[in-house]
Design a protein around this ligand. Structure first.
Ligand SMILES: Cc1ncc(COP(=O)(O)O)c(C=O)c1O
Ligand SMILES: [Zn+2]
Length: 407
């Protein structure tokens, strides 16, 4: 069982008992989940024979009763040692963390499995989120598994095909006549009134704990070592901070000797407020009103955890890159052709950022690099379809094949 001892304000360090709260009442800072690390006694051998999902790290997850986990098998995804891409880039130790193969096909299943489980534990009536994409699908899938009602709030001008996956899982989509911010505000107000677990709002302190398992797994899969570099597709900055928390907690409990990982944020050009701040060497984030990038799942103009991600990148001596739409498309195709992994644009951003860092010498060929691929290409075929070669049309006789197959 998880040894959560308290919630701690990231700003003023005020401590709270771990109940249904997510912001500090003194300073409105976010609350982080902290465990009783001294009580956690884990060695590499402890993990032999454990479930092959993120619930294998139960001591470091915030659930009181692991038997009540709402589990579709999220996590423990492959860490693929790259051959084809590594050779093309001239790297000796490149790994792709392929999180596109989660139950609803993105890494968001990790925070969703924890947040929906926690909502059950808090006896909430329903779950939900303001989202149009991966988070909506992940929350709806886990709500279906828990047989809890699920409400997805979106702006009413949403393209219908964006909500197909969540609707298929049985979520009720509520289309608010207004902007994404209006939808967000409405759901946040409804959360208290109707006892709804809004996974990334009132359950947020627990929700992000699911994402840190992307740090745990990589460390375990590398043979209990943290990589020299981690490249992370970034929107709000929550995932990047969570991965680092994962590595650091493993150091705290002695599963890792140390962690010198340089962490890199990858965002699409035109929607890259964190990358902009790093490149301009500023200590603050300048929000972008209308982010425009092919990587729509990363297009957050005012990133909630931006400042924390910024500090983490700087402290770790990491980097920040903002590939263009064309570089993102090239990244998607390069990964697919050289590794057999088909990603949505977020993963293309990660691969394109990696390529830039190798080209400009920021990554040495002998260093170990983990490139996070966080969503599946089947969600966004339109991202590259117009640039793919067309089928060769032939007559239905065997002779017309010869010029093609002898190429
Ligand atoms: C596929 C994918 N990768 C990465 C991210 C980045 O997550 P974060 O907002 O935690 O930075 C998202 C966010 O929606 C996403 O959908
Ligand atoms: Zn505070």
């Amino acid at each position: 069982m998880g040894e959560v001892s308290k919630l701690v304000c990231r700003e003023c360090r005020k401590e709270y008992t771990p109940t249904l709260r997510h912001v500090c009442e003194e300073c409105f800072g976010p609350l982080d989940t902290v465990y009783d690390y001294d009580k956690i006694d884990l060695t590499p051998n402890s993990f032999r024979g454990r479930v092959k999902s993120l619930w294998r790290y139960i001591e470091l997850l915030p659930l009181n009763d692991p038997d009540r986990a709402v589990d579709l098998g999220a996590g423990f995804t492959p860490l693929q040692r790259s051959v084809g891409l590594a050779e093309r880039l001239g790297l000796k130790n490149l790994f792709i963390k392929n999180d596109s193969v989660n139950p609803s096909f993105s890494f968001k299943d990790r925070p969703a499995t924890v947040a929906v489980s926690k909502s059950l534990e808090f006896n909430l009536n329903a779950v939900g989120c303001p989202s149009t994409g991966n988070l909506a699908a992940a929350t709806a899938a886990h709500a279906a598994r828990a047989q809890l009602p699920c409400y997805i709030f979106v702006p009413s001008d949403i393209e219908p095909n964006k909500i197909v996956q969540a609707s298929a899982y049985g979520a009720q989509v509520v289309a608010v006549k207004g902007t994404y911010d209006d939808a967000n505000r409405m759901l946040t107000q409804a959360a208290d009134m109707y006892k709804i677990g809004v996974v990334n709002v009132n359950i947020r302190s627990y929700y992000v704990e699911g994402s840190k398992t992307l740090g745990f797994e990589v460390a375990e899969q590398l043979g209990w070592e943290a990589p020299d570099h981690a490249i992370v597709p970034t929107a709000s900055g929550a995932l990047l901070c969570a991965i680092m928390k994962g590595f650091e907690e493993f150091v705290d409990i002695g599963l890792l000797d140390d962690c010198n990982t340089k962490i890199t944020a990858a965002q699409g050009a035109g929607g890259a407020p964190i990358v902009d701040a790093i490149k301009k060497m500023e200590d603050f984030i300048t929000p972008i009103e209308k982010p425009q990038t092919l990587a729509k799942s990363l297009a957050i103009g005012d990133p909630g955890d931006g400042i924390y991600a910024l500090n983490m990148i700087r402290d770790s001596k990491g980097f920040a890159e903002d590939p263009t739409d064309q570089e993102i498309r090239d990244g998607i195709r390069l990964l697919a052709k050289s590794e057999g992994i088909y990603t949505e644009p977020a993963g293309g951003v990660s691969i394109a950022a990696l390529k830039r860092l190798v080209d400009d010498g920021s990554i040495d060929r002998n260093e170990s690099v983990v490139c996070y691929v966080t969503g599946n290409g089947l969600k966004t075929p339109e991202a590259i379809s117009s640039q793919l070669p067309k089928p060769i049309i032939i007559e239905p006789d065997i002779q017309s094949l010869a010029p093609i197959l002898s190429r």
